[in-house]
Design a protein around this ligand. Structure first.
Ligand code: HEC
Length: 145
């Protein structure tokens, strides 16, 4: 009995050390760089929908959730945000915004990313909200080229 308990304690200890070691892996900093672009939203509703569904990954105003503090989940979250910002970043002058592409992604249901929707139930838009968001994107960012 005693031996078995020691084994379990040992295993828990090793796990703990692994989890702590994961936290020390560098290169997954959560950043919110300066905002250089001010968007003139067509309506407060568009802004609210965009903040709640897209801007955690496509702007520098990311609201980092608590689980983004803990490796290895943090690595996935930071990766998504960095990749999303690199596609287009609503906070930065010079980052090209293609309203047609945004609308296409929403229509196809590819954006917001499914794992994001799972953890942000409010980002699971109904058809009316989707239509409002797509209209708002057109009105705010133009029809695109
Ligand atoms: C959880 C983070 C996250 C959220 C939230 C998110 N995106 Fe993305 N987005 C990404 C990542 C990562 C990519 C690049 C990989 C890919 O295309 O799947 C991307 C790519 C894109 C692209 C480029 C697609 C391409 O093929 O190049 C568009 C357009 C886009 N997102 C629009 C949106 C819109 C609109 C919303 C809100 C309705 C949104 N995204 C929400 C992370 C996100």
């Amino acid at each position: 009995m005693l031996q078995r308990r020691n084994l379990i304690l040992g295993a828990v200890g090793i796990l703990l050390i692994i989890v702590i070691a994961l936290q020390l892996v560098p290169g997954y900093a959560r950043t919110n760089p300066p905002i250089t672009r001010q968007i003139e939203w067509n309506s407060a509703e568009t802004e609210q929908l965009m903040r709640g569904t897209c801007m955690d990954c496509h702007s520098n105003e990311t609201v980092w959730p608590w689980y983004a503090q803990i490796a290895p989940v943090s690595w996935l979250v930071v990766n998504d945000v960095n990749e999303g910002r690199s596609k287009f970043n609503l906070s930065e002058v010079g980052s090209e915004i293609e309203s047609d592409e945004m609308i296409e992604e929403i229509e196809k249901g590819d954006m917001p990313l499914p794992n994001y929707v799972l953890l942000h139930p409010d980002a699971n838009l109904n058809e009316t909200q989707k239509a409002t968001l797509m209209d708002g994107i057109r009105a705010t960012f133009g029809r695109g080229d």
